[in-house]
Design a protein around this ligand. Structure first.
Ligand SMILES: *Cc1c(COP(=O)(O)O)cnc(C)c1O
Length: 221
């Protein structure tokens, strides 16, 4: 990651790595904490809740698709919810955050590549969500998230640069908004994190590359 940053003249401090712990058990999480990792990601609401209770000092990110009846499991527990993909989810998270008297930080997941298998709003739906967020005081949109097509380096790079372009396009419109701050770009996993860093990722979500021995190598362009 440091090598990828230096290649594109970025400061590694600008990039946060989240250890996606969905495939490992508590013992491995405890080991990672001992080794200095403090940000974890889960894609199941129940596991996020249980692990946040087990390791309350750590930062827990919710990265899975949102079922609106499971919102109670993660609002107020997740440091950042990466995967808001509907107005209804945004409204319900805000309502729950209001009940808990807190502000929930979230990202909007965008389906930049257009693959049917991917979650996220279409790029043209993004403005509606951002507009809605300006009316909600218990939510803060901190940026955007995407997943790239697997096994296709050029398509992954286009997806990441596409997300960055969306952020750069909409961020000026909301400068000064207390609830919409388009800073973060959550993009890049084990396979494609080098490309993501080169295209401006501020948050990497790494699973296999952290837990497997030896670490898997991503595209090394
Ligand atoms: C599992 C997962 C990751 C991590 O994937 P790896 O390929 O293991 O690095 C990242 N983001 C999301 C949304 C995931 O579900």
């Amino acid at each position: 990651m440091v090598v990828a940053c230096s290649r594109v003249d970025r400061n590694p401090d600008e990039v946060t790595i989240i250890a996606v712990s969905k495939t490992v058990g508590p013992a491995q999480i405890a080991e990672a904490i001992a080794a200095g990792i403090h940000q974890f990601g889960e894609n199941r609401t129940l596991l996020l809740k249980q692990r946040q209770e087990m390791f309350p000092e750590e930062m827990w990110h919710f990265i899975g698709s949102i079922q609106t009846n499971k919102i109670r499991d993660f609002v107020g527990r997740a440091t950042l919810v990466h995967s808001v993909a509907s107005k209804r989810a945004l409204q319900m998270i805000s309502a729950r955050a209001h009940d808990l008297e807190l502000v929930q930080q979230v990202l909007v997941e965008v389906n930049v590549s257009g693959e049917a298998s991917k979650d996220g709003v279409k790029p043209e739906q993004l403005p509606e969500l951002l507009e809605l967020a300006t009316q909600l005081i218990n939510i803060e949109i901190c940026g955007l998230m995407t997943m790239a097509p697997q096994g296709d380096e050029a398509a992954a790079r286009r997806t990441f640069s596409g997300l960055r372009d969306l952020r750069d396009h909409y961020a000026p419109r909301y400068s000064g908004s207390p609830t919409v701050k388009l800073c973060e770009l959550s993009m890049g996993m084990t396979e494609d994190y080098v490309l993501a860093v080169e295209e401006g990722a501020t948050i990497l979500r790494i699973g296999r590359g952290i837990w497997s021995e030896p670490p898997l190598q991503g595209y090394q362009s």
